[in-house]
Design a protein around this ligand. Structure first.
Ligand code: DON
Length: 312
């Protein structure tokens, strides 16, 4: 498949331009994450948005080619990579229910015997990365190779400064990992797992890269080269977990406003899927109190309203 990039869509581009214009007039864009110091300096007024069609044609507006810190957006890809390898056994180690709690919360883990509610809160993502690490010996490297292949961008890479910054302030994730290890739900040494997880979250990619890399979820499990990563049923499962858990304790509001499977990251990125039609990625680093991009959610809300493309 040829990945074609263009800025002259007769369908999506006018919609994207209208959204970018509306967003540029919106005051109050939230605040960049500051618990990872390397992210705190981002400009909350940055904005980019891209739409990729099933054949890899991609359209964008604003800073859609600007790399940003992918953070929790990567949890979708590690979930898919692990699910493809181990299948349903994964669900014995991580649940698939919304948590109703913040992404870095510890509270449910003790009541629920070290089994995290879902793969998108930090505890669940640590379990997924741990299992992918056991199966591949290099979970973050496997993820990076996948993102490069699907986006066609071989320049994608880890951001060592972001990974080191998160490691230096990583007590919360270390606590989650050690606590789950005490229940026997982590295979690898915790420092090895944390290194893999922080490198995973540090990958820098643009809206164009991530919209393309998400394409397999709109193609019911088929990768950019036509090979199959997930069964049709598994692709449905990942989309369903994105819809119900992808924006943490705001997942209900996101489903209400946007009506698409989506996954946010504290770098300000959000990916979203219109199954059978297209994938989206929007980026703006100003976050709300739940860790979701303010302008990003607003832009996706406008996209589904203007186009009528939603799963409902
Ligand atoms: O583990 C963390 O806290 C970050 N690396 C990722 C958190 C994140 O992106 C949550 N998303 N909104």
């Amino acid at each position: 498949m040829v990945i074609m990039t263009t800025t002259s869509s007769f369908t999506f581009l006018p919609v994207l331009e209208r959204i970018a214009e509306e967003i540029s007039r919106t005051p109050g864009r939230g605040r960049p994450a500051d618990y990872i110091p390397a992210l705190a300096a981002c400009d909350p007024r940055s904005f980019g948005m891209a739409v990729a069609e099933l054949d890899g044609t991609v359209y964008g507006v604003g800073e859609w080619r600007q790399p940003f810190s992918t953070q929790s957006v990567t949890k979708v890809f590690t979930l898919a990579l692990d699910l493809a390898r181990e299948g349903d056994e994964l669900w014995e180690h991580v649940g698939r229910e919304p948590s109703g709690n913040p992404f870095n919360s510890l509270v449910q883990l003790e009541y629920e015997n070290g089994i995290p509610r879902n793969p998108f809160i930090n505890a669940g993502a640590l379990v997924v990365t741990d299992r992918l690490q056991t199966r591949t010996g290099d979970a973050a490297g496997e993820l990076l190779a996948f993102l490069r292949a699907e986006s066609g961008n071989t320049a994608l890479d880890f951001d060592k400064e972001v990974a080191a910054s998160e490691n230096a302030f990583g007590d919360r994730n270390a606590a989650l990992a050690h606590f789950m290890a005490s229940y026997g739900n982590i295979d690898n040494d915790v420092p090895v797992l944390l290194d893999q997880y922080f490198r995973q979250c540090s990958i820098a990619a643009s809206c164009a890269d991530l919209a393309l890399a998400t394409g397999f979820l709109a193609r019911h499990g088929i990768r950019a080269d036509g090979s199959r990563l997930l069964t049709r049923s598994q692709a449905k499962q990942v989309n369903a977990v994105m819809l119900t858990c992808g924006t943490y304790d705001a997942a209900g509001d996101f489903a209400y406003r946007v009506g698409l499977p989506g996954k946010s990251g504290v770098g300000g990125g959000i990916i979203a899927v219109v199954p059978g039609r297209c994938t989206l990625c929007v980026w703006s680093p100003g976050l709300d109190e739940r860790g979701n991009s303010v302008a990003g959610v607003a832009a996706l809300d406008r996209f589904t309203t203007l186009t009528g493309l939603s799963v409902f």
